[in-house]
Design a protein around this ligand. Structure first.
Ligand code: AMP
Length: 557
């Protein structure tokens, strides 16, 4: 089929002019299908997700079909979040730039008085969240008697967020003459019910293929790890990957908060985004993310829908979404505009079936990937660090450090100095936990040793028995308590096994554990004060493999 033009869809001249000014030349699929139907006066049920151009698909025909009438509200769009309402309003403003229509966004979390004043001054087109719209209706500021168009945007999300009663109240109050346009990424039963109840019997359904069903530009991978190693796996994947901008998805708000906290503890540049955060915080976070000063955002599906960031380099499913539609929705945020995108899912073995289901339903391939090893992370990072050094060498600025380095070069070779600098940058760049072992055979001492060697060779040189030291330098063990543990080398334990034993049972983070010195018959472990009590309460007398573990607070060193 030949491409249709915007001027073949029946839109008014001033709208076509605005679309030209926006530099859109070809209508998207949903626009091609929906615009003529709306222009013909039918109600529409559009199944399309964000990124398909659905905003213009409803806004352009509405703006072609309304005229100013002494501030009577002619069009109302209901959207699930403030961000989406603002986004839609921006698009409406652009499309109406050559007409006299005035649009205005209303949403909770912002002064209602200001919104009331603005609407009273005369607004033709309102875009708002259901709660605030209803509030303004009850205050008789918004009157829907003359409404020509009612749009439910992302109807499934509005229902998920519990707006059903509010939406029904709006639908009942709006002029029965109006045209109703419902857009939703998924079509659960509740939406079908809603459309049956409040939309015309001859309403037309249009659907566009989910983007990723045809998109080949998103490479999809999954990592299968034990549930308790999920966070560690995420850190390794992040450390080994060059991410320009990534959204990590969690199922719940609590999940977002917890993940952000754990990641921030490991010095990742990351912020969370969900409905409980203040509007100011969300706006600020979004600004940083768009500017690129914040590389990673952790969000729930609902919060992410309001984020109009094109071209993410990566989408990470820390929790798999509830349904395949949502998966498609999430990964559709990467690989846009012909760029290559990557979608990563971190799952446990029980979730593997879901991966297969998603593959079947999307007719796509999600490839198995292995959590990067310490060596792989080292190799990847060294390469990018070397590139940074090359870029530096092309400037003049680094030269101010030459006299400082010269003062060192009498006792140390320039190569050693450069390597030491690289090492200090490397330690800042990576945050994964060396003690964690992702292979089945978790007691592989040689691998543990290699890992530690590349991190800090001092440890192995000056203390043959020191197995593990978290953090950057030993200073972080300050204030830690030293525990005596009654198992040692002869019991065949290593740092990784010990760490897992304590972390699993005492529910502490690896950050709570400092240096681990393993001797022939016993071990000393430094732990935070807080973790000490948990360890004593939960691990005392428990078995590590077949050995009963006895723990005591040791005399401080
Ligand atoms: P939406 O699905 O409405 O969120 O739109 C996704 C993005 O596509 C927005 O940034 C729109 O500005 C853009 N867009 C909408 N229609 C077109 C079009 N016909 N050609 C190119 N870009 C478009």
């Amino acid at each position: 089929m030949e491409n249709t033009n915007f001027n073949e869809l029946g839109l008014s001249e001033e709208i076509i002019k605005a679309i030209e000014a926006m530099n859109y030349t070809v209508p998207s699929k949903i626009q091609e299908k929906a615009i003529p139907v709306i222009m013909d006066g039918y109600d529409i049920i559009g199944r399309a997700q964000t990124g398909t151009g659905k905003t213009l698909a409803f806004a352009a025909p509405i703006l072609s079909g309304i005229e100013r009438d002494k501030g009577k509200i002619k069009a109302l769009v209901l959207a699930p979040t403030r961000e989406l309402a603002l986004q839609v309003n921006e698009e409406v403003k652009k499309i109406s730039s050559f007409s006299k229509i005035k649009s205005f966004p209303v949403y909770g979390g912002d002064s209602i008085d200001k919104q009331i004043r603005e609407i009273k001054r005369g607004v033709d087109f309102v875009v708002g969240t259901p709660g605030r719209v209803l509030d303004l209706m009850r205050r008789k500021v918004i009157n829907l008697e003359n409404l020509q168009y009612l749009v439910l945007d992302e109807a499934d999300e509005m229902l998920n967020m519990g707006f059903i009663d509010d939406i029904e109240e709006v639908m009942v109050s709006a002029s029965p003459e109006r045209q109703t346009l419902l857009f939703s990424a998924t079509m659960p039963n509740a939406i079908r019910e809603l459309s049956k109840k409040y939309m015309k019997a001859d309403s037309v359904s249009v659907q566009v293929e989910s983007k990723s069903k045809t998109a080949t530009t998103v490479k999809q991978y999954y990592y299968e790890v034990r549930r308790d190693l999920k966070f560690e796996a995420l850190c390794r994947v992040l450390d080994a990957t060059e991410m320009q901008s990534a959204i990590i998805f969690c199922k719940t708000k609590k999940g977002v908060d917890e993940l952000v906290e754990s990641m921030q503890q490991r010095d990742y540049s990351v912020e969370g985004m969900h409905g409980d955060m203040t509007q100011a915080h969300r706006t600020n976070t979004l600004r940083k993310f768009k500017e690129g000063s914040l590389k990673i955002l952790v969000a729930t599906d609902v919060a992410a829908r309001g984020i109009d960031v094109e071209n993410l380099s990566h989408v990470v499913n820390y929790d798999l979404p509830q349904d395949t539609e949502s998966y498609i929705h999430r990964i559709g945020r990467t690989g846009r505009a012909g760029n290559e995108g990557v979608a990563l899912s971190i799952i446990n073995s029980r979730e593997f079936r879901r991966i297969r289901d998603i593959e079947r339903e999307t007719k796509g391939k999600i490839e198995k990937a292995i959590v990067p090893t310490v060596e792989q992370i080292f190799a990847t990072k060294s390469k990018t660090m070397l590139e940074t050094v090359k870029t530096q060498l092309a400037t003049e600025e680094y030269k101010r450090f030459i006299p400082i380095i010269e003062s060192l070069s009498e006792e140390t070779s320039p190569i050693e100095i450069a390597a030491a600098l690289m090492n200090s940058i490397y330690q800042r760049e990576v945050s994964f936990n060396y003690a964690e072992d992702f292979k089945e055979e978790s007691r592989d001492r040689r691998r543990d040793d290699r890992g530690r060697d590349s991190r800090d060779s001092r440890d192995s040189r000056d203390r043959g028995s020191r197995e593990y030291s978290r953090g950057r330098g030993r200073d972080r063990d300050k204030g830690f308590v030293r525990l005596f543990v009654s198992v040692g080398k002869k019991d065949n334990v290593n740092a990784s096994a010990l760490l897992r034993f304590f972390a699993d049972r005492a529910n502490i983070t690896k950050r709570d554990i400092g240096a681990i010195d393993i001797f022939e018959k016993f071990t000393f472990i430094n732990t935070s004060e807080n973790a000490k009590d948990k360890i004593l309460n939960t691990c005392q007398g428990k078995k590590l493999d077949s050995r009963t573990v006895r723990i005591e607070v040791a005399n401080s060193k």
